[in-house]
Design a protein around this ligand. Sequence first.
Ligand code: PLP
Length: 448
Amino acid sequence: MLSNSLIELDRAHLVHPVASYRGHEKAGVRVLRSAKGATVTDATGHQMIDGFAGLWCVNVGYGQESIIEAATNQMRELAYATGYFGLGSEPAIRLAAELAERAPGDLDHVYFTLGGSDAVDSTVRFIRYYQQARGKPQKDQFISIESGYHGSSTVGAGLTALPAFHAGFGVPYDWQHKIPSHYAYRNPVGSDTAAIIAASVAALKAKVEAVGGAERVAAFYCEPIQGSGGVLVPPPGWVKAMREVCRELDILFVADEVITGFGRTGPLFASEDEGIVPDLMTTAKGLTSGYVPMGAVFLSDHVYQTIADGAGAAAVGHGYTYSAHPVSAAVGLAVLKLYEGGLLDNGRKMGARLMAGLESLRDHPLVGDVRGRGMLAAIEMVTDKEKKTPLPAAAEPARRVFDRAWDNGLVIRAFANGVLGYAPPLCCTEAEIDAIVERTKLTLDQTL
Ligand code: PLP
């Protein structure tokens, strides 16, 4: 049993990320005790399939011995090495090289961070430096997309376009602009692929004009699939079309692959789904599969060389104490081995099974939309399928559905707008995928 004192200590002292503080104090914490494979166990002994891989990050599943061994060995050998003063560590160098070899095109240069938010934050600094270095300091405006999520750093939260990350925080800044999302289920132009792509291309071009023309715009950010906005999958060709507009207008294209990277959609990086090469790419989560914190910014050769030439002998003043942490890097190398030792393949197979299973629920009276790619999926619940009426926010549907699923032995993400998110570990078995679908159906039936 979970002792009351632990709940009290949590209530009194632990500030939780993205939570209603008062709501959390009332509800009390649920403590997870252990996990193995795709199964998590809470402090009461209740077991659940983790259909969300923690926070879409534990891609290889829990308790992988090779990772534990890699981390332990690295801690014993060299627990810390700074990258400052021209120093480095073998795992960090090797991981950067392995990643550069696998990343799309000439994304050959890797800057390690602690997670996704500081990866996004780092791109903003690199991009500003790059535009200065090439003699275009006036290119200082940034464009991202409604419903997009780019982390919670002060600058990244302004690129993020979810209201809770703005209200009360003084962001976005006036150099951060948004265009509408491609959100096919609720797009004013309808769900036709060509129409959605044309609308997004026109919106980007119009926004560029509105902020002073291409000579003012530094970069455009997008997620290959919008995650925290509710798993919004763009139609095929959308990412490629947006990438092309950016090339045409001399605007840097940043693919934020913090969720979609590392096998989540099938290939190692979702940019491969459309054969595009971003100018910069951000990753985190699956990079170390959540075992230890780490993120990575990939810089294309032209961006890196321009920054390096621009700085000359001077230091590029960007870095953290824990950039390229050797233990995280050792974990990253072990994780990469697991992906390539069968988990990417398994993820692709299980992703197809998950999508087919969720599709089979499409006729359920509460299911308005089913969408996803690979092991990243969502169901959007509605009260009226014809009118696409969202579930009433006042009824706290997200919390209730989350609680019911939990009781039914399934952890999913229930977004406030009635979207149920799925991102199971790539190690899931067929039986586990089937159980995710069955438990979802049971939960939906109970929610009717
Ligand atoms: N970018 C995207 C697309 C994300 O989904 C997230 C987190 O979910 C982030 C950035 C921020 O990453 P982190 O939570 O590791 O700071």
